[in-house]
Design a protein around this ligand. Structure first.
Ligand SMILES: CC1=C(/C=C/C(C)=C/C=C/C(C)=C/C=C/C=C(C)/C=C/C=C(C)/C=C/C2=C(C)C[C@@H](O)CC2(C)C)C(C)(C)CCC1
Ligand SMILES: [Fe+2]
Length: 521
């Protein structure tokens, strides 16, 4: 049985895996994955799975062999907690309070520090690339540079040094030149709360060692529809000419946040879903850096992951994983997870199931009638109907249900894609399948096997591939049978048939996201 709240071990020394099957000879590089790994320190423990201190895993594929290692992210949060032998840095779902055994004076200091708090650098959500550097990230203003080969923790970088960004997404996009685009929120900066899309240039010459973040620049800003409650978002979409941003009615209440520590509640209690409100869809023209004039909206929804966005014949099409409410977050409370995986559990809480949905935004500027559906694409049932006030009410098409953690062949980002690789979820907090979705036919292919829990499916294209799905899919698989080994699984991306597996002696952990770094890059 897999125990979510048990601290996971690190195995920093590389260990060769036992291979069955044959790895393609062109597949050379390192898959780095990250997620929460430490859930309690001394007598204290985190409330929520996302709060856990970050643990990285890597699988280095070289000359037909695979070596594995894992290491905790040794950021300031990790060091402070370990030194104090208790959790002293607050996370989204866990507020850290002074040791009750401490004297009144040091308690007072801790309170003062929280009035203008310094946020956590426990970056356990994703591994991203800026220029030639790799960073572990969560959604605070801090990111941590890592050495993707040794998994050592390097410099702490503060976005706030370069732009006023208090929360920043962990899912940037990249253009063909390697420039990164990402999005953050500035809270009450110069009395304004706004979302900012920024660019981190790739950097030009190989000898230049200045961190590329020094050159980051704001591309455009979108004012929040409500000054004191910016929406939460986890990713966004990008095509050649547009950015897609979903301003959903899942909002951070800033006033509540400012007083959370004193009120003795965690920050996530200040994040609220408002089902009575609608969701605004912002389309920003990358050339003019302005929003298009047409206003798009849809019903209340919660989206974490964008799949892809592309332009087609006067429309912007985008696919996302959408929920009816914010229950995903509640599902990952560690107490809740304990109940969910126990088959005898009496928990009957309802959790919204993730669905892959397609939205279509017509790029119309010509006259059209009220009540007209402006979506003219033949291949989708998604609609966008003009309302009296000129706004377009968008209804999505459901492509597939019970799927999360979408990945595509990234060469198709911003372009019309056909295939999406996902994890399939049955028992809500657990993925039991890898799913390949053909968005053209809506057919799915699956890989599944008893007792195995795969992680996010990372697609890697065969060099010089012509077809979109010519390549492999990598996933690390937890073996839930006591004493048996987990493995890196290599699937043929066309058929989703197993090509090889690399069994590792070390303990694998459930995680969030991963990134494949081809050898020599
Ligand atoms: C900086 C700042 C603040 C502090 C902010 C903090 C501490 C932010 C931390 C944010 C973090 C860690 C965000 C992490 C987000 C992760 C998300 C949304 C993860 C989604 C995960 C999904 C969809 C999971 C899927 C699954 C997984 C992982 C395993 C599979 O087996 C099953 C499946 C598919 C369900 C304040 C208090 C808001 C104040 C202002 C300023
Ligand atoms: Fe994510």
């Amino acid at each position: 049985m897999y125990i979510y709240n048990q601290n996971k071990e690190e195995n920093p020394e590389p260990v060769e895996a036992d291979i069955t099957g044959t790895l393609p000879d062109w597949l050379q590089g390192t898959l780095v994955r990250i997620g929460p790994g430490i859930f309690s320190v001394g007598e204290t423990s985190y409330n929520h799975w996302f709060d856990g201190m970050a643990l990285m895993h890597s699988f280095t594929i070289k000359d037909g062999g695979v070596s594995h290692r894992s290491r905790y992210l040794r950021g300031d949060t990790y060091k402070a907690n370990m030194e104090a032998k208790r959790i002293v840095v607050s996370e989204m779902g866990t507020m850290a309070y002074p040791d009750p055994r401490k004297n009144i004076f040091s308690k007072f200091i801790t309170f003062l520090n929280h009035a203008v708090p310094d946020f956590t650098d426990n970056c356990g959500a994703n591994i991203i690339q800026y220029g030639k550097d790799f960073y572990a990230t969560s959604e605070t203003n801090y990111i941590r540079k890592i050495n993707p080969e040794t998994l050592e923790t390097l410099d702490k970088v503060d976005y706030l040094k370069y732009l006023p960004l208090n929360v920043v997404s962990s899912h940037p996009h990249y253009d063909k030149e390697g420039n990164a685009y990402n999005m953050g929120t500035s809270i009450a900066d110069k009395a304004k709360t706004k979302y900012t899309i920024f660019k981190v240039p790739a950097g030009t010459n190989a000898e230049d060692t200045t961190p590329v973040l020094k050159n980051m620049e704001a591309v455009c800003s979108i004012p929040c529809r409500s000054l004191l409650s910016p929406s939460y978002y986890h990713s966004f979409g990008m095509t050649d000419n547009y950015f897609v941003f979903i301003e959903q009615p899942y909002k951070l209440d800033i006033l509540k946040m400012a007083t959370a520590y004193m009120r003795g509640v965690n920050w996530s209690s200040c994040l609220k879903f408002h089902p009575e409100e609608n969701t605004l869809i912002h389309l920003i023209d990358r050339k003019t850096k302005k929003e298009v004039l047409t206003k798009y909206y849809t019903g209340a929804t919660v989206v974490y992951h964008h799949v892809n966005a592309f332009e087609d014949d006067g429309h912007v099409v985008f696919d996302v994983i959408a929920y009816d409410d914010n229950s995903l977050y509640d599902m990952f409370y560690l107490d809740e997870l304990k109940q969910r995986i126990d088959p005898g559990s009496s928990s009957n809480k309802h959790y919204s199931s993730p669905k892959c949905k397609r939205f279509v935004l017509p790029l119309t500027d010509k006259e059209s009638e009220v009540g007209e559906d402006l979506v003219k694409l033949k291949y989708t049932t998604a609609s966008a109907v003009k309302e009296k006030d000129g706004k377009l009410l968008c209804q999505p098409e459901v492509l597939c249900g019970g799927v999360e953690l979408p990945r595509i062949n990234y060469d198709y980002n911003g372009k019309k894609h056909r295939f999406v690789y996902l994890t399939g979820v049955e028992m809500s907090a657990v993925a039991t399948k890898i799913v390949k979705l053909d968005v053209e036919t809506k057919k799915v292919q699956e890989w599944t096997a008893e007792n195995f829990w795969p992680s996010e499916a990372v697609f890697i294209a065969r060099p010089n591939a012509v077809e979109e799905d010519d390549g492999v899919v990598l996933t690390s698989v937890i073996n839930t049978v006591e004493g048996e080994q987990g493995f890196l699984l290599v699937l043929d991306a066309k058929t989703l048939k197993e090509i090889a597996r690399a069994r590792v002696q070390a303990q694998l952990a459930m995680d969030m996201h991963g990134r494949f770094i081809p050898q020599g890059s």
